[in-house]
Ligand binder design. Structure first.
Ligand SMILES: Cc1cc2nc3c(=O)[nH]c(=O)nc-3n(C[C@H](O)[C@H](O)[C@H](O)COP(=O)(O)OP(=O)(O)OC[C@H]3O[C@@H](n4cnc5c(N)ncnc54)[C@H](O)[C@@H]3O)c2cc1C
Ligand code: FES
Length: 243
């Protein structure tokens, strides 16, 4: 973990209440897809945890939904502003288990961590398929970005206003895949757990205090004992989860 001052390079709205922020700064402590950063906001005691959507040497992209006071304040920040960010948090996804045809399933603001994961799997010569789940057409983002990486992409919306009507699990029916990776709201994760027919990895968005393993505020029970979602997670393997 490292505390780094990043500079906002750009920020734009990419879907209903969803912002994409690009930052520049030292990213050398970010070591895996599925890790998260913890952002200090002026006037707020607790930092806000947000997944790494993409990164390379010197740049970081995050995508977040405006849901409360912190994210509302952040959505008003302009290019040039500096942000104090803890980077390199969490375990991230383990790519070594993917097999040749992994399935990536993102729901809502669980979509962003799938992007860098997809990029890395393709760079390793794998053939990922992607299911992106949203409530409605106005919530959809990043379909073209995943397609540009070369992935096979399907979008679902609950109200049927875009793509396949229904839930991500509807789009999983009849599919063959070697392994899966997912991030999204807990009811979605649980439904995927129940219908999936391979092993896989789930990323959880637990409420957090410190974000780096010191306060036990994010502790949860697993089959292998208690784990801190911020440090031992946010990614857990299917076999260890207790719902
Ligand atoms: C590991 C991890 C990765 C995340 N990645 C993303 C992401 O990529 N994009 C995105 O939009 N959101 C993500 N979230 C959720 C995001 O942290 C919250 O939406 C955000 O903190 C809300 O802040 P707020 O001040 O606007 O809301 P408020 O409700 O005012 O926040 C009050 C407190 O509750 C916490 N909180 C509120 N909602 C959540 C939540 N769902 N999960 C965890 N803490 C919460 C806040 O951090 C804050 O401490 C992630 C959460 C975790 C734990
Ligand atoms: S948030 Fe403090 S230990 Fe996880």
């Amino acid at each position: 973990m490292k505390q780094v001052i990043f500079k906002i390079e750009s920020q734009k709205k990419i879907a209903e209440s969803v912002m994409q922020m690009k930052l520049s700064g030292n990213t050398e402590d970010i070591t895996a897809s599925g890790q998260f950063v913890n952002i200090k906001l002026d006037g707020f005691y607790l930092r806000r945890p947000i997944s790494v959507c993409d990164y390379d040497e010197g740049s970081l992209t995050i995508i977040y939904k405006v849901v409360g006071e912190g994210t509302a304040a952040m959505s008003g920040y302009e290019a040039g502003r500096e942000l104090d960010i803890l980077v390199g948090l969490g375990n991230g996804y383990d790519l070594s288990k993917s097999g040749d045809r992994p399935l990536l399933i993102g729901g809502g603001v669980g979509v962003p961590p799938m992007y860098n994961l997809c990029k890395k799997l393709i760079a390793e010569g794998k053939h990922p398929s992607v299911i992106l789940g949203f409530n409605s057409a106005s919530d959809v983002f990043f379909e073209e970005e995943f397609k540009s990486l070369g992935a096979d992409v399907v979008v679902t919306t609950v109200d049927g206003s875009y793509g396949i009507r229904g839930f991500v699990t509807n789009a999983m029916e009849g599919r063959e895949y070697s392994y899966f990776y997912t991030c999204g709201p807990e009811p979605m994760l649980k439904a995927i757990y129940n219908v999936s027919n391979t092993s896989g990895q789930f990323s959880f968005e637990e409420r957090m205090g410190c974000g780096f393993g010191a306060c036990m505020g994010c502790s949860c029970k697993t089959k292998y004992g208690n784990k801190r979602i911020c440090k031992d997670g946010p990614v857990l393997e299917k076999e260890e989860i207790i719902w």
